[in-house]
Design a binder for this molecule. Sequence first.
Ligand code: PMP
Length: 376
Amino acid sequence: MQTVMKPIDKKITMRKVYNFSAGPGMLPEDVLLQAQAEMLDWHGLGMSIMELGHRGPEFKSVAEQAEADLRELMNIPANYKVLFLAGGASIQFAMVPLNLFDGRQIADYIDTGVWSKKAIAEASRYGIVNVAAETQHQDHLAYIPSQDTWATREDAAYLHYTPNETIAGLEFNWVPKTFADVPLVADMTSMILSRPVNVTDYGVIYAGAQKNIGQAGITIVIIRDDLIREALPYTPSLYSYELQAENNSFYNTPPTYSWYISGLVLAWMKKQGGVQAIYEINKRKAKTLYSIIDTYSDFYSCRVRADCRSLMNVMFYLKNDELTPLFLEQAHDRGLANLRGHKVSGGVRASIYNAMPEEGVNLLADFMAEFVKKYG
Ligand code: PMP
């Protein structure tokens, strides 16, 4: 049974708030409306999809269609397995080392911020972590050092990096190279499906769903066949990629409703024209905000070097930090919600995931310009 987005009567409801939360993030309105419409009666069964057994044909069709749509959107080759696993992306911080340390008990990690550090801390419990590179600063601007300065190891079990650091708004605009026998592992939680990626560059890709794929509770893992093997002996069964792959992510009850919502989001993405089309919109959205920051550089500052600025998480500061609470309050009054930066960074963060419409970004840009005129 194919997941098809139904035509939506926009007169029923239009949300008045643009949610710039870093995650769980904004979902497409059409997805929420479809979920609402199907809540009590999914496809004429008189039951909600969340009330149906995961092994029945109905949920299976939802699960299989979500995977097929993801494969199509990301052009995932047949020699990669796609897993839909419970728990957040943080569980992958443990699953990656537990499954990929293969006699080689050392792994390379690139430390570009809070999420990399969490991955490093977890991997250090199971083996040796070589931090091969970390964020650098020049003229108060953070940047990712070029790969010729990295201390990667030929005997590493894998190289792990975080293509987009959600808190600092720091993103790779290139893909690291690895030694022949060292698979590349990426935590794509806050950038998956925001831009085209070449899956074959990677051994493992993982991403929590709650930003660009759907709602919290499910994590997608895309793993090359040859990396699915016996995990370290003390690995909990559910943390074994091998066991999960053998059971098509159905070893135990998966988070069925989160999987269903992911399916709706993926179908919505296809309707938008796929990843390349969404990438074009994402570039425009990010450019709109960074242009305002740069135009009013006496008032706003972005502390990330231009070539490492995030497409999804636009992080900036008001030079007069005393004005930040007023900025956030007035933005909120305009329906521009959840712009407060993470507690470790302060400042302002506009997370502009795929579901954020361009109108929301344009309203924020107008508000930022007006705010300078009033208080600058
Ligand atoms: N990695 C990145 C890059 C993230 O942004 C986040 C959550 N913000 C996580 C991992 C952790 O995800 P979860 O809360 O689903 O464990």
